[in-house]
Design a protein around this ligand. Structure first.
Ligand code: GLN
Length: 202
C-alpha cells in the first residue's frame, strides 16, 4: 500500500487521512521536510492559500515541496491546495507563493464573495455517475495548458451561468486538483483516483 501524506498546516487534514485510508492507502500528516521525504504522494487540503504558503515557508517546507513536485511526486490539491499547485494565481495576495506542478492559471475566490459556498452534482472524468461537489470560497481554473486534462466543469451557478462552464477539476500527469472539497462528502472515489495515480507512479 502506498504511503500518502496530508499536508497538515491548515484545513480538513483528518478528513483527507480518513478518505485516503478508505481508498486503500496508508496516510500520515506531514509538517516537516523529513516527513515529506518519506511519502509516495501528498494531499494539499483547503484553507487559505496565502496563509498556507506563509506557513510552508516558516516550516521550511516550501522549497522541499516544490522540489518533490518538480521531480514527479503525485500530488492532489483541493481548493487552496489547487491554488498552491497552479503556476499562477489571479486575485491572489501579493505574497502568494506557488508550488507549481499544474500548468494552469487559477482565479482565487472566483465565484464571488456573495456566494461563500454552494454544492453541485458534477460529471467527473474517470468516475462513473455524478460527484457531489462542495465549494467553499472556491477558485476556478481560468486557463489550462495543453498538457492538462479537464476532469470537471460547473455551470448554472453565480459566476458560471448556464452558458459558461468553469473548469473545477484538472489532472496533469500525477498532479490532480479540485476547486471543491471531496473530503467533505462520504464519497471516496476522487481520493481513489488519486491513490491509483500514486500506485502507478510508484
Ligand atoms: N479562498 C481560499 C483561498 O483563497 C480557498 C478556500 C478553500 O480552500 N476552501 O485560499
Amino acid at each position: 500500500e502506498p504511503l500518502i501524506g496530508v499536508l497538515a498546516m491548515q484545513g480538513a487534514v483528518r478528513e483527507h487521512v480518513a478518505m485516503l485510508e478508505a481508498a486503500g492507502a496508508r496516510a500520515v500528516p506531514v509538517r516537516r521536510a523529513g516527513e515529506l521525504s518519506e511519502v509516495d504522494g501528498l494531499v494539499l487540503p483547503g484553507g487559505e492559500s496565502t496563509t498556507m504558503s506563509r506557513l510552508l515557508e516558516s516550516f521550511e517546507l516550501l522549497e522541499p515541496l516544490k522540489a518533490r513536485v518538480a521531480e514527479g511526486m503525485p500530488a492532489f490539491g483541493s481548493c487552496a491546495g489547487m491554488i498552491l499547485l497552479a503556476r499562477q494565481t489571479l486575485d491572489g495576495r501579493p505574497d502568494q507563493q506557488q508550488i507549481g506542478g499544474l500548468d494552469v492559471v487559477v482565479r482565487r475566490n472566483a465565484f464571488g464573495r456573495q456566494v461563500d459556498s454552494f454544492e453541485a452534482d458534477l460529471d467527473f472524468a474517470g468516475v462513473d455517475g455524478e460527484v457531489r461537489a462542495v465549494f467553499i470560497r472556491a477558485p476556478w481554473v481560468e486557463k489550462a495548458g495543453d498538457g492538462v486534462d479537464v476532469l470537471a466543469t460547473v455551470s448554472g451557478v453565480p459566476g458560471a451561468e448556464e452558458d459558461t462552464a468553469r473548469i473545477v477539476a484538472v489532472r496533469q500527469g500525477a498532479v490532480l486538483a479540485t476547486a471543491f472539497h471531496p473530503e467533505l462528502t462520504p464519497d471516496v472515489r476522487v481520493h481513489r483516483l488519486f491513490v491509483d495515480l500514486v500506485r502507478k507512479a510508484a
